[in-house]
Design a protein around this ligand. Structure first.
Ligand SMILES: NC(=O)c1ccc[n+]([C@@H]2O[C@H](COP(=O)([O-])OP(=O)(O)OC[C@H]3O[C@@H](n4cnc5c(N)ncnc54)[C@H](O)[C@@H]3O)[C@@H](O)[C@H]2O)c1
Length: 343
């Protein structure tokens, strides 16, 4: 039985806390807002998961020092725009060698860093990991079967996180490829926005399949060039998360995309969804990364134009469909059949 803190009192922190409590661990959840912590302490109900009562063994605080002291594991679950400011506040309380696992998805726009890279910068003495996969809080909190990947360059860390979370309804795999796991979880949000936009425009299953398939092509192209393993992107934290986010009614990125496809502005769509739409932040970062690494990302490019330049979504689809003709996959010249080679 371990003492574990969950930093951030959102729906995902609550979902993961349910798994940890069911496994017999002590969970203390931190919110930056005393009112949020007090409400959760008195009701044990999260307003966005109102059909579920959180375990009565869970406790809540807004005192960061208390949340981080004597904890075998810290689960970092704030939404990505708050990771840096929260980690800065945490730095004075984190003990050397303390384990911190991020479950947040997103690439920081100003630095192009992943969540684990931000934590490594600000908490240099901590042991860092990332936990990510196709996992909607709404299903995890009900105990529905779910799979996820625990990644860390430190094998003991990856396996520690695997052990504390592993349950018959929550299967945890390990991976040494932190970059691949985090890029998968972040880049898929951009494609999910595109999937939502397509649905909002009234397109059907053919367009959805095309977006998922060409979307993973973009994710693999960029992440591979950045040094991640292709296998990671074709695994649970890559294509697995892409499928669930493009298809699920729980996906806030997809929901925002639907509204944009129906004609709403990006700002109004974000307000309507009511939670942080992280794909909007990651879209810009992905575009900058694609320019830095010289990788062409046509879907990500059009999503950026729709979000930040007010491009008409229908025109964006037309521009994607009428690009220059090309082969489906990049094949090295020497691997082509003879009649396909440029003579
Ligand atoms: N919800 C899911 O199903 C799910 C699944 C997997 C991963 N994630 C990831 O987990 C992260 C959190 O998602 P969520 O759904 O719990 O988000 P949420 O919007 O429900 O909650 C975010 C939490 O962040 C904290 N927060 C808000 N403002 C803050 C501030 N100014 N400073 C510090 N903290 C602040 C609050 O405690 C808030 O409850 C995201 O990166 C998301 O992509 C979510």
């Amino acid at each position: 039985m371990a003492n574990i803190s969950v930093i951030g009192a959102g729906t995902w922190g609550c979902g993961l806390s349910r798994v940890l409590c069911a496994n017999g661990h002590n969970v203390l959840m931190w919110s930056p807002f005393e009112e949020e912590a007090a409400n959760l302490r008195s009701t044990h109900i999260h307003p966005n998961l109102s059909n579920v009562v959180l375990p009565d063994t869970m406790d809540f605080t807004s005192d960061l020092e208390k949340a981080l002291t004597d904890k075998e594991l810290v689960v970092m679950a704030v939404a990505s725009p708050y990771t840096r400011m929260t980690a800065e506040k945490m730095s004075r309380y984190i003990a050397p060698g303390q384990r911190v696992v991020t479950v947040t998805k997103g690439i920081e726009e100003s630095t192009l860093k992943t969540q684990a890279e931000i934590l490594e910068e600000l908490l240099p003495t901590a042991v860092i990991g990332a936990l990510s996969g196709p996992t909607h809080a709404e299903e995890v909190i009900l105990g529905l079967p779910t799979t996820i990947v625990s990644a860390s360059e430190n094998r003991e860390m990856a396996e520690y996180v695997q052990n504390v979370f592993m349950a018959p309804n929550f299967r945890v795999y390990t991976s040494p490829d932190v970059l691949g796991v985090e890029l998968g979880g972040s880049l898929k949000n951009v494609i999910a926005l595109a999937a939502g936009i397509a649905a909002g425009l009234g397109y059907g299953d053919n367009a959805m399949a095309a977006l998922i398939t060409r979307g993973i092509h973009e994710m693999v192209g960029l992440a591979g060039r950045m040094g991640a393993s292709y296998e990671t992107l074709y695994g649970l934290s890559g294509i697995g998360d892409l499928i669930v986010t493009c298809e699920s009614k729980h996906s806030r990125n997809r929901k925002a995309g639907v509204l944009i496809g129906q004609g709403m502005s990006m700002q109004d769509a974000m307000k309507e969804v009511g939670q942080i739409v992280e794909g909007v932040y990651s879209a810009k970062a992905a575009l900058t990364l694609s320019q830095k690494y010289g990788v062409n990302l046509p879907i990500t490019n059009e999503v950026n134009k729709i979000l930040f330049e007010g491009k008409d979504p229908g025109q964006a689809v037309m521009d994607l469909m009428t690009r220059d003709k090309k082969m489906e996959n990049f094949v090295k010249e020497e691997e082509l059949p003879r009649e396909w080679k440029d003579l």
